[in-house]
Design a protein around this ligand. Structure first.
Ligand code: NAD
Length: 257
């Protein structure tokens, strides 16, 4: 399928899943807006590299997804938004009675409230273009829980709930809103959890990967960023026009358990 002529904005896309999804959207022909909170030469170089590889007008716009006005400014600065992928996210692992308040606030802001702000800003553009796709990167933790991840689990369940509301608000328009729920994907976000989890459970890196992370992923394999990009492309296709307000798990069977 071709997404030529469409503008796709992917929040939090200078690394990991966001970057993988952005690459797949550009390969399908979309002009992609990459985003993060930094404004480094390498961020712009990444966008230029994807633009050159795919022949698309892919660019990078800095905006901090922890701030509502910057979320909205990202959409306004892009000037068009046919496909919105809400992906920016952070993680912090701690028992709830020791959970730092600033970490709670940051996770709720970046992982959940940013989706409210970008969606609110993007919907009028989708309506005037007569077509739109909102793809929220939630998590298996949007459907189920793990200990020590109270903020993340709350935020991701919130995103899944918001997905359903937005789908109902747009149900009679050519706009869909869905959530992809990945299991474990070996990205910098997951790499960063390994040392803390090694400490928490007194385990080696290999044992954390096999016995903690992939313990709940029956396939015993990480999902890949390319698979998530492919799922996003499917949600943008005509075949998915009647798929709205739902979740698609890409978790090797985790939530079937
Ligand atoms: P990552 O750390 O590689 O990427 C996170 C992205 O968000 C980066 O581009 C980072 O720059 C950006 N970001 C962080 N704070 C931001 C801010 N304030 N403003 C703008 N951008 C910001 O992590 P990832 O694993 O690729 O995670 C991407 C999304 O996928 C997250 O929402 C995460 O919760 C979700 N997810 C990841 C996994 C996994 O196993 N990796 C599983 C399920 C869901």
């Amino acid at each position: 399928m071709t997404l030529s002529g469409k503008t796709a904005i992917v929040t939090g896309s200078n690394s990991g899943i966001g970057l993988g999804v952005a690459r797949e959207l550009a390969k399908a022909g979309a002009d992609v807006v990459l985003n993060s909170f930094t404004d480094r030469d390498e961020d712009h170089a990444l966008a230029a590299e994807i633009a050159a590889e795919t022949g698309t007008n892919t660019r990078y716009i800095k905006a901090d997804m922890s701030k509502g006005d910057e979320c909205r400014a990202l959409i306004e600065t892009a000037g068009a938004c046919d496909i919105l992928v809400n992906n920016a996210g952070i993680q912090y692992v701690s028992p709830i009675d020791q959970f730092p308040v600033d970490k709670w606030d940051a996770i709720i802001a970046i992982n959940m409230s940013s989706t409210f702000h970008t969606t609110a800003a993007a919907l009028p553009m989708m309506r005037s273009a007569g077509w739109g796709r909102i793809v929220n990167i939630a998590s298996a933790h949007g459907l189920t829980a793990s200990p020590f991840k109270s903020a993340y689990v709350a935020a991701k369940h919130g995103v899944v709930g918001m997905t359903k509301s937005v789908a109902l608000e747009t149900a009679q328009e050519p706009i869909t809103c869905n959530a992809i729920c990945p299991g474990y994907v070996l990205t910098p976000l997951v790499e960063a959890q390994i040392p803390d989890t090694m400490k928490e459970y007194s385990m080696s890196r290999e044992d954390v990967i096999k016995n903690v992370m992939l313990e709940r992923q029956p396939s015993k394999e990480f999902a890949t960023v390319e698979q998530l990009g492919g799922t996003a492309i499917f949600l943008c296709s005509d075949a998915a026009a009647q798929i709205t307000g739902t979740t698609i798990s890409v978790d090797g069977g985790w939530t079937a358990l």
